[in-house]
Write a protein that binds this ligand. Sequence first.
Ligand code: FES
Length: 580
Amino acid sequence: MTFTPAKWPRKLRSQEWFGGTGRDQIYHRGWMKNQGFTHDMFDGRPVIGILNTWSELTPCNAHLRDLAERVKNGVYEAGGFPVEVPVMSASESTFRPTAMMFRNLAALAVEETIRGQPMDGCVLLVGCDKTTPSLLMGAASTDLPSIVVTGGPMLNGYFRGERVGSGTHLWKFSEAVKAGEMSTEDFLEAEASMSRSAGSCNTMGTASTMASMAEALGMALSGNAAIPAVDSRRRVMAQMSGRRIVQMVKDDLKPSDVMTKQAFENAIRTNGAIGGSTNAVIHLLAMAGRVGVDLTLDDWDRCGRDVATIVNLMPSGKYLMEEFFYAGGLPVVLKHLGEAGLLHKDALTVSGETMWDQVKDVVNHNDDVIRPVEKALTAQGGIAVLRGNLAPKGAVIKPSAASAHLLQHRGRAVVFEDIDDYKAKINDDALDIDETCVMVLKNCGPKGYPGMAEVGNMGLPPKILKKGITDMVRISDARMSGTAYGTVVLHTSPEAADGGPLAVVRNGDFIELDVGARTIHLDISDEELAARLKDWTPNIEKQASGYAWLHQTHTRGADTGADLDFLVGCRGAPVGRDSH
Ligand code: FES
C-alpha cells in the first residue's frame, strides 16, 4: 500500500479557530486559556482530541481517565496540544434496552464532536463492546487522522481454582443453577470472582474481538489488543499512541488510508483465527459503510471459510486474554495468517508501516494458547453465513462455539413470538419441547427489539438442562454476546419485524440447518410461505418519539451493519462554521 505523507509544516484545521489576531480567534483562544494553557499551544501545532468513553456507568472503561493522562504525555512529547473530550459511552452491562441501540447515536455524536470543534487528529479511548465501533464509525465519517487505544481486558477471574471468564461463566453458572447443579449461594460467591480488576471482559467476547479488529484493521499500534488493563505496558501503549497521532496529523494519515478493503479482509480472517464474536460482523459492515468500502456478508464467508481457529480462548476454548497477552497476543496470530497466505501483508497501519513489517518477527510463547494449525480448535473457524428461504438476506453462526453434532440438524420448531413470550414460557415444564427441537425467537432484530439485543443464545428449558443437555439449535434475528456459545443462528435477515420469513414460522414446522452447506431452510412449500407472508401483519410496538423512534425508523438491516441509513458514507471534516 503506497502512502505519501503530506508536506509539513502547513496550516492545520485547528488554526481556523486558534490562529490569527482577529476577534474570533482571540475569543476561541482566550476562553481556552482559562484552563491555564500557554499561548504557544495555539501556535499551529496539531491539536489532538482524546475522545474518552470514560464513565462510572461503563465499568469496563472506568480507568480510561488514567490512560488519557498517558496519551496526553505522549502528545506533548511529540509537540502536539492534547485536549481530553468526553463522548457518549454505551456500556454493554448497564444500558437499556440494549447498548447496540446507542452505537449509532454515539457514532453520530462522535462525528459531530469532531467536526464542530478544533481538532486535527483524534485518539479514540475505548474498551467496552460498543464503544470501539461507535468511535471508529464516527472518526471514519470525518476521516480525520485517528488512532485507537483500548482500555485492555481484566485479569483472569478464578473461582475455587478454576478460570472464570467474563460472561461465559455467567451463562454457565446460571444454567447450572437452573439445572440444580449449583446453589444460589455459590453463584453469589462466584460473582465476586468474575471481575477482579479494571478492564473489559477477559474472554474473547465482543470487547476483545473489537480490540483485535481495530489492531487487525491497522487502526491501533501493534500489540494493543491484548495488554491487560492494569499492566504497566498498557500505559506505555497509551503514551506511544499519543506520540504517534501527532506525526499522523503531520503526515495526514487518515482512516480512509488505513481502513481499505484489504484491511477489512485482514480483520475478517483474524476474526476466524481468534474465534471472535459474531458482533464483529455487524460492526465491520457498518464501519466499512462509513469509509465507503464495499463489504458484504459474502465477504465474511469467502474470507473466513478456510481460516482455522487457533486461539484457545473462551468462549470457544480454555484460556483468557491475560494468557493471550503472555503468549504474544494478536501479532502472533497476524504473523500466522501471513505465513499461511491469508494476510494482505502490505496493508498500511497507523504506525506508518505495513502490517507485515509490524508482525513478521514476533514469537509465540505458548503454543497451547495460540496453537499451530495442526492443533486448531476448529479447522474452519470464521463466521458461517447461511442462506435459504428462512434467511434470504443471510444469517450467521459461529461454528467454533457450536456443538459439532448439531451443525447438521432437522428439528421441530418451538416458536417464541418475542422475548416476553420466551420469558413467559421457557420455565414451564408443560412446554412441548425436547432437545431435538429448534427454538425460534422472533422480533429481536434492529427494529423489533428495538436495537437488536443479545438474546439469541436464549437459555434452554430447565427440564432439558436437568437431563444434562447443554445445547440445542436456536434461531433468531437477535445478536448474541461475544462471550456466549452454542449452536445459535443469529442476525436472520430480513428480520421478523420487517416481514422476513422468520415472522411466519409456526410451532410444529420443521427447520433444516446445514452449516457445511451454508443453508437454513423452513420445510414448507414456496406457495405456503408466500401465502403466510401475504397474511402477515407487524406486531411490534412502534416507537412514538425520541431516539428510539429515530433508530426504529432509520436502522438498516443486520445484513448491512444496522447503521442508520442517513449516516452511511464519509462526510469528511470541513472546518466548522464560526457563529460569532
Ligand atoms: Fe463491557 Fe464486556 S461488558 S466489555
